[in-house]
Ligand binder design. Structure first.
Ligand code: UN1
Length: 488
């Protein structure tokens, strides 16, 4: 058994033990295994972090973008070299499988590299002026100190796709990761420090809700980027609006996969399984609703049921495991309650649905891969986000009905459509109200060079990544630029 890591917070370049409550992070696959332990940060540590970030913000903003980017590029190398080790730690602490954990760490390296290289690509735009002897420049400048609040489910990728653009465009950061899965936050902050990030530019406070609320309301925070539940995101957006600071909130999803009769069904089955059960369904982009046309429903659902029953569920760090546990006992209880409620509302289990009754799957926080066919759209599982390995299924007659049902959600993050028909594909692009649409691939996934985020209840404020990140993490100054006397 490995020795637990000791949790520390990074405030003004110093690694400090916290002065808040004790925290013990255990493995969800085996809660007897302590992965990390220590004490949470309190609000005094937060105040210190914000003060440091404020103090150095001008110096960091004035550092040439090329130098800022070079630090991110060095950090990318450090993260990449540590991928095996940190990916395994991630799997142990969060519960996704080891290949997914390693993949996530490599993804963080890729994101650092993208933003490191993006630092000095452009510094704004130049326009002509309607007046003689004048040019108009629109320059981009950092917003200042950014508060970053991140969830447990991607403990290094999501923080990286917020922090890397924030830093590269010249902001300083105070970061509060989910206190349930804190280890990778320390690893990322260490990588950036080792890469040469000056003291105070990135501060890490691992805290509870009190610290999160204090960060959100802190007068020294100039912008907030958040990923997590819709409820918390809306609260943060409201506080931000009241204080007049920009907020970017990436929130829940209830993402549909639509499988039409003309689809490549082998491909569709593979991708729906990935979308529903990778990361144990704990992604805001996971596929949690499946809509399938009557002509193929019987065979397709039988095939999915077979695949779900055959998934190798177990300890995420063991080779060959295809699905690990959910993150906590509380998550397991609430997901299981959602499944039980659906069954009491006449949902029919095609796979899973039950609780595990013996062995390591009971000791750990495991929920079986569950597929539930719904008699109508009335069961709650059709609309509520369970954030676990649960797929709710409806059958429909036509593609039009399928698209209408896909839109039957308060959320609008992502969707996946499986068809070989171009006309239907074009209809789906026009008709389905989501921020991310996959044609013939699973509903999850994101890339650093294109916008990521949702419609409806799923997103608020500018999207993440790509050019949207530059827009959120900078503001413009429109400069009317004239020289001396005007020549005619
Ligand atoms: C992905 O689909 O690979 O919290 C990323 C989440 C999303 C990220 C999804 N913000 O699950």
């Amino acid at each position: 058994m490995t020795t637990p890591a000791q949790l520390h917070h990074l405030v003004d370049g110093q690694w400090l033990a916290g002065e808040g409550d004790t925290v013990v992070s255990t493995s969800p696959a085996d809660p007897d295994v302590v992965v990390a332990e220590g004490r949470l940060a309190d609000t005094a540590a937060l105040d210190g972090a914000v003060a440091a970030a404020q103090r150095v913000k001008r110096a960091w903003a004035r550092t040439p973008a090329h130098e800022r980017g070079a630090i991110l590029l060095r950090a990318a190398g450090i993260v990449e070299n540590a991928a095996q080790e940190w990916g395994t730690e991630l799997a142990r602490e969060e519960g996704k499988t080891k290949p997914e954990g390693i993949g996530e760490v490599l993804r963080a390296a890729q994101i650092l590299r993208y933003y490191g290289n993006d630092a000095d690509r452009d510094a704004g735009e130049v326009f002509s002026s309607p007046r003689r002897g004048e040019r108009i420049l629109v320059t981009r400048k950092p917003v200042g100190v950014v508060g970053v609040i991140t969830p447990f489910n991607f403990p290094i990728a999501i923080p990286t796709w917020k922090i890397a653009p924030a830093l590269t465009y010249g902001n300083t950061v105070v970061w509060k990761p989910a206190s349930t899965v804190p280890l990778l936050a320390m690893r990322l902050a260490q990588a950036l420090t080792d890469a040469g990030l000056p003291s105070g530019v990135l501060n890490l406070v691992i805290g509870d809700r009190t610290v999160g609320n204090a960060l959100n309301a802190h007068p020294g925070i100039d912008a907030i980027t958040f990923t997590g539940s819709t409820e918390v995101g809306r609260r943060i957006a409201a506080t931000g609006a009241a204080r007049g600071v920009p907020v970017q909130a990436e929130m829940g999803g209830k993402n549909a996969a639509v499988v039409l009769g003309d689809a490549d069904l082998e491909l569709a089955a593979e991708q729906v399984m990935f979308g529903a059960f990778r990361s144990t369904g704990q992604k805001c982009t996971a596929t949690s609703r499946l809509i399938v046309t009557d002509d193929i429903a019987e065979d397709f659902l039988a095939e999915l049921g077979k695949r779900a029953d055959a998934l190798n569920v177990g300890n995420p760090v063991q080779d060959g495991t295809e699905m690990g546990p959910v993150v906590s006992a509380a998550a397991r209880t609430s997901i299981q309650a959602g499944i039980d409620r659906a069954i009491s509302q006449k949902a029919l289990p095609i796979a899973g649905g039950h609780e595990y009754s013996e062995g390591a799957l009971v000791t750990g926080y495991f929920v079986p891969p569950t597929i539930l066919e719904l008699p109508s759209q009335t069961p709650d599982v059709w609309s509520e986000e369970l954030f676990g390995p649960v797929l709710a299924v409806r059958r429909v007659r036509t593609a039009e009905d399928a698209f209408a049902l896909a839109n039957d959600s308060e959320f609008g993050l992502s969707a996946a459509i499986f068809t070989q028909d171009l006309t239907r594909t074009l209809d789906a692009i026009d008709d389905i109200d989501v921020g991310i649409l996959h044609i013939n691939s699973e509903s999850a996934g994101a890339d650093p060079h294109v916008p990521f985020g949702g419609a409806k209840k799923s997103g608020y404020g500018p999207k993440e990544q790509g050019r949207s990140a530059r827009e959120f993490f900078t503001h413009t100054t429109t400069v009317y630029l004239r020289g001396g006397p005007i020549r005619v």
